[in-house]
Write a protein that binds this ligand. Structure first.
Ligand code: PEP
Ligand code: MG
Length: 480
């Protein structure tokens, strides 16, 4: 501006002169990465110059920038970051690290945020102002697409939108197989307000409310009993009389609240550390605060309490003792509380292999296949370098799942799957064939899975599932 007013440069000349000054500063930078950012500066200047000269941009902008949206490319994002993402200027994101079932990826899917995680060097290869397509379903990123590729993806986007609209017609259809077997499709939620999406998708309840999201991003300040009570009550009221399964806080591993609240944040193997119920039993006051809040919210509707990551009878007994204490504390304070159905997550092989003790103490069980796969195969679900080994169809995983479903069915106890497998249409028939009748998933997946259930015939599926369970290579039989 100064050069225009004082030296009477025209705008283009002033811009280029100023760029040259800045470019020399970039050239002198020691850090190679920063030095290379000169290219970003030149790109921006080039575009401003074109705008000043009234020339059209050469970028393949089949849509205005605002319509296409901004993509955040970062080394890593935490699950807590996802909670703010929806209100941000970004339409999607790419991260270098993370696995498909890391919590960041799960929450992104649940919030319908297009994302590709575990893209390794994306944050160094993609430059500011690059045009980027992200195909979250396929895990593909296209940088600087040609106009043809761009229009192909636009067509795909349109088709996906139309498919979604068509699926809406199934919203009020009862979920039954062709031979009349009833199936329950429940929703996974992270925040009380997600109940609206669950209802909109026709869920018959919430099968997993990941309560830890109420605890995140609070700089070490845990939510009070009243704050939690209000959140759980809102979820229950939001579900309009349908049951809500609230999982007690599952922090740790790839879901640290922050360094001050999770003591083992720097632990070498956080997935094997003080996570979920282990942390709760180590911090009984914090745990009972949550239990009291849940018990109080149960006055407003049906709540099922779900405890994550249990492995042994002793942990079960300690957890139930804390629940009794929480009830007694409310009685002492003269505060009303409601009844709870009690459930445990089966997400560690030890739990699946010692099922009778779980069947003895709980009303229902829920298979957390995300962790069951991680712990059975010793694959960190958040580590992209071993993501190719993360295999839901590994025979060991399938045996643990099938065994759990069979024993629950024989004992007359309800069993669900609430891991990502439940929302994967490629798995629906196999899980049905194993005897599963309750699936819990992101609201956005419910109608897809319903369509799969409506097209299924149980008689044929049980025989087929048994064959898959006997196979060394289940993947090869999945589509037969
Ligand atoms: C699971 O482990 O499958 C599960 C549903 O819980 P989370 O993904 O929150 O660990
Ligand atoms: Mg889990």
């Amino acid at each position: 501006m100064q050069w225009i007013t004082e030296r009477h440069y025209n705008a283009e000349w002033a811009l280029v002169s100023q760029m040259e000054v800045l470019a020399r500063q970039f050239d002198e930078m020691e850090d190679e990465y920063l030095r290379e950012r000169k290219g970003d500066l030149e790109q921006v200047v080039e575009r401003v110059l074109k705008a000043l000269q009234g020339k059209p941009s050469e970028l393949p902008h089949a849509a205005p920038l605002e319509e296409a949206g901004l993509i955040l490319v970062a080394h890593d994002l935490s699950p807590a970051d996802m909670l703010q993402f929806k209100d941000s200027v970004f339409a999607g994101f790419v991260t270098d690290v993370g696995g498909k079932t890391s919590h960041t990826a799960i929450v992104a899917r649940s919030m319908d945020i297009p994302a590709v995680v575990g893209a390794r060097t994306a944050s160094t290869l993609i430059a500011q102002d690059d045009w980027v397509i992200i195909d979250g379903d396929a895990g593909v990123i296209v940088v600087d697409p040609s106009i043809d590729v761009l229009s192909q993806y636009r067509d795909r986007q349109q088709i996906a939108l139309l498919e979604r609209e068509q699926l809406q017609q199934l919203k009020h259809t009862l979920t039954v197989t062709k031979d009349g077997q009833k199936v329950e499709l429940l929703a996974n939620i992270e925040r009380p307000e997600d109940a609206a999406a669950a209802i909109a998708a026709g869920a018959v309840g919430v099968g997993l409310f990941r309560s830890e999201f109420l605890f995140m991003g609070r700089a070490g300040k845990l939510p009070s009993e009243d704050e939690q009570y209000q959140a759980y009550r809102d979820a229950v009221l939001g579900m309009k009389g349908l049951p809500v399964t609230i999982r007690t806080v599952d922090a740790g591993a790839d879901k640290p609240l922050d360094a001050s609240t999770v003591k083992d944040a720097a632990h070498l193997n956080p997935a094997l550390g003080l996570r979920a119920i282990r942390w709760c039993l180590a911090e009984p006051d914090m745990f009972r605060t949550q239990l009291r809040a849940i018990l109080r919210a149960a006055v407003h509707g049906q709540i099922h309490l779900l405890i994550p990551m249990l492995t042994s009878g002793s942990e079960i007994e300690q957890s139930l003792k804390q629940l009794d204490l929480a009830r007694a504390e409310l009685d002492q304070r003269g505060l009303a509380h409601g009844p709870l159905k009690l459930g445990a997550m089966i997400e560690i092989p030890a739990a699946a292999l010692a099922l009778p003790v779980f069947l003895k103490h709980f009303d229902f069980l829920s298979l957390g296949t995300n962790d069951l796969i991680q712990y059975t195969l010793a694959i960190d679900r958040a580590d992209e370098s071993v993501a190719h080994l993360y295999d839901p169809l590994h025979p060991a995983v399938l045996h643990l799942i099938a065994g759990t479903i069979r024993q629950c069915n024989e004992a007359g106890k309800s069993v669900s799957v609430c891991g990502e497998m439940a929302g994967d249409v490629a798995m629906t028939k196999l899980l049905l064939g194993m005897g599963l009748r309750v699936f819990s998933m992101h609201p956005s997946q419910i109608l897809n899975v319903k369509r799969e259930v409506l097209a299924s015939h149980m008689g044929q599926l049980s025989t087929w599932a048994r064959k898959i369970l006997r196979s060394d290579n289940p993947q090869s039989l999945l589509n037969k």
